[in-house]
Design a protein around this ligand. Structure first.
Ligand code: AMP
Ligand code: MG
Length: 322
């Protein structure tokens, strides 16, 4: 099993020797390795069982360091960085050759982010290389938002998990790049599109196509739990499944079902708050997946702000079905 702790020196020493360490961020926990060391990067792919055509996000702690491995930060993206870093925003920037091709799957842009988490920022400050860090879960499964989630799934494969408490945003970063001069969103995430638009004006959204070659990682089944996942109107679905013999769980926005045992139903936010729902999403999906139900019934949230990013994850979980 991995050791869990808050020892930055230990994490630093492991990373410097080419080992992997799980790190907390405000979005989800990351599986981190030295981004400039191809062997460490290769280890990330093998521990996660992640296909090598799915590029990684590089994490660092200052714009000054970002400039060391990117050729240029186009003006609109620079404005976004100034406003939202540290934060749940990933920028696609032209890479320098110092970034190994394995990190970017051969693309000429690299995905970069400064995360908003005190412990991880202190670690990044102490390192003289950036960290490549995809979510610390086996490829295709639900992203981890606590150290215990990482321990459950990757504990036997890594030496250390830096424990920074539950992730405060709970959804992966919003991925933004520049395409033909247009600011383009490639993945909906923890930073709302409306906030981005207040800084750079209207943006193009390319986040919903699963065949989008720019974001090969956004495969449809990316967030699939083990149980099958059915999205629909819970008021119709629940009575239907109650009549069947099938053990099922319920993932609702705020509604509670009276005649269902507590452990089989989770509310994302009892007060109907989207930020709270985002923070709970992956932990609740996991909890339902671990009580041996064969089906999880879920509903879409209001398709607005963070609700759009949450609905994107719910649809992907449901798409694991077909
Ligand atoms: P994660 O699994 O949260 O680390 O997210 C990594 C995702 O970022 C990948 O699956 C891609 O969708 C996206 N990504 C990373 N690097 C690039 C890049 N250079 N160009 C386009 N998308 C990228
Ligand atoms: Mg992931």
């Amino acid at each position: 099993m991995a050791q869990i702790g808050t020892d930055i020196e230990k994490a630093k020493a492991l990373l410097e020797s080419g080992e992997l360490v799980a790190i907390p961020t405000e979005t989800v926990y990351g599986l981190a390795g030295n981004a400039l060391n191809p062997d460490a990067v290769a280890k990330i792919f093998s521990v996660k069982n992640r296909p090598s055509f799915d590029p990684l996000i590089i994490h660092t702690d200052s714009l000054e360091k970002v400039r060391k491995f990117t050729l240029d930060i186009p003006a609109p993206l620079d404005r976004l960085a100034a406003h939202f870093w540290p934060g749940p925003l990933t920028l696609l920037l032209p890479k320098k050759t110092i970034v190994p091709d394995l990190v970017t799957s051969g693309l000429d842009t690299v995905a970069v982010r400064i995360p908003q988490h005190t412990l991880t920022l202190r670690l990044l400050e102490a390192l003289d290389f950036p960290l490549a860090a995809p979510s610390a879960n086996p490829f295709g499964y639900i992203s981890p938002t606590t150290a215990a989630h990482v321990q459950d799934q990757l504990g036997d494969k890594i030496p250390y998990i830096l424990d920074g408490g539950p992730s405060q945003v709970g959804l992966e970063s919003t991925i933004v790049g520049l395409e033909n001069g247009e600011v383009t969103v490639y993945r909906l995430g923890g930073l709302e599109v409306a906030a981005i638009e207040t800084i750079v004006g209207p943006v193009k959204i390319m986040a919903h196509s699963s065949s989008n070659p720019k974001s090969p990682g956004m495969l449809k089944s990316h967030y699939a739990p083990k149980a099958s996942f059915v999205l629909g109107d819970l008021k119709t679905l629940v009575p239907m499944y109650q009549k069947s013999e099938m053990p099922f769980g319920i993932l609702s926005f705020s509604r509670k079902f009276k005649d269902m045992p507590e452990q089989f139903q989770k509310q994302l936010s009892k007060k109907g708050d989207l930020a709270e729902a985002a923070k709970n999403l992956f932990a609740h999906m996991r909890a339902l997946d671990s009580v041996d139900v064969s089906v999880i019934l879920a509903e879409l949230l209001p398709d607005d702000g963070l609700g759009k990013a949450i609905n994107d994850r719910l649809k992907r979980a449901a798409a694991g079905e077909d």
